[in-house]
Design a protein around this ligand. Sequence first.
Ligand SMILES: *Cc1c(COP(=O)(O)O)cnc(C)c1O
Length: 471
Amino acid sequence: MRYVSTRGAAPLADFGTVLESALAPDGGLYLPEDWPVLEADEIAGLAGRSYAEAAFQVLQPFVEGAIADDEFRLLIEDAYATFDREGVAPLRRLSSGEWLLELFHGPTLAFKDVAMQLLARLLERGAAARRGPLMIVGATSGDTGAAAVEAVKGRAGMDLVMLYPHGRISDMQRRQMTTHGAQNVHVIAIDGTFDDCQAIVKSILSDAELRRGTALTGVNSINWGRVMAQIVYYVTAAAELGAPACKPVFVVPTGNFGNVFAGYGAVRMGLPVTRFVIATNENDILARMVASGHYAAGEVHPTLSPAMDIQKASNFERLLFEVSGRDGAAISDMMTRFSATGVLDLTEDAHGRIADLFDARRVDDALTLTTIRDVYRETGRLIDPHTAVGVAAARSARVPADTPVVILSTAHPAKFPDAVYRATAAYPDVPPALARLESRPEQVERLPADPAIVRGAVKEHIRTAELKLHH
Ligand SMILES: *Cc1c(COP(=O)(O)O)cnc(C)c1O
């Protein structure tokens, strides 16, 4: 499989290059040259198989020519052995026709583990074949950082620099990132928003001088490896519900559009889906876009679902590319204009294609809390605020009769105990992996939201990694 850039001016790239560069040289995002196709009987045949087997079947075409089948199978099995005994993506009935797809049974209790555990192993495999160090740079609104730190810590041939907005993530999320105790992980608190952090990462990843001597990549959802791995659970969930005969609605709590774009990828591979409901909190750029065709960044508001406090959904560029006839030059123009003005008007055609498949709902903090309380009263189950945004969106969306609704449950409630308590006066049980964090020392640097200063810090870490490598 070869990969194209959404901005149309980069050479075709192989899988290894795509993972290790994250952003294409023309500033675009990578997508497969052609979407592989899952036949109807293949989809039906996935029901009842293990998650690792399904992942191999769905993902193999994306690594074709880059990784041998046996080796890929082992990497996948190893990645998903880190999940608890509930499995990687169990489907739980919430009420009649309403399902939660629980994606939080990995080591850091949020859905980011599903992709990150596999991506880190793929990167380690690539690093083993190369002589220089691999520097991974990322920004996090909470859960990406924890999942990346957990997946990368102690792995050979790679360092991780992770930025997060100071004071805007939960204590638990911060501790999950800062108590790693590993020498190859560097966590930086930035005085700014998540979008500031993400902009700094983009500026570092596209810094020609830094890239000359070092393999530099990102593990945000702009990395194709993340998106790819997330396609799998849409397919397994639909298969379990009876696809291709059944066409579920998927409701996806959304920040950077990575998770829901993976769902779109599953559709392009042939998965029958009735509709996606994009569930946003008060940071509703995507909900406004679906309603109006007008994509305009606003101010970021802190909410009870911080992993979705985002106003520039990076992966939206991938969808734009797909619904604009894969016209890279047009996307390049649009994104340049968006960078300058913060506004982007979709063509009627592109907006129509999006509106055919996507619905969107905005859920504020008050409704998030009511929903956590309602679900607790109805079922005795505690859900986290991100999942609650999904449930609230699902309950207000138009759904055809007899169509199962699958809400992606993206975090364990114990990661957001304060919001859960406010809603229900009950605290979720704390899993042992979180309880242990309280007593561990934290390691974190604090820097201003200044790309030049952060770039300097990254350079320093690269220098140290090189010294280590040559000793
Ligand atoms: C990252 C995250 C999201 C948003 O996912 P995107 O891929 O950015 O849309 C939602 N919920 C939780 C708990 C998350 O960690």
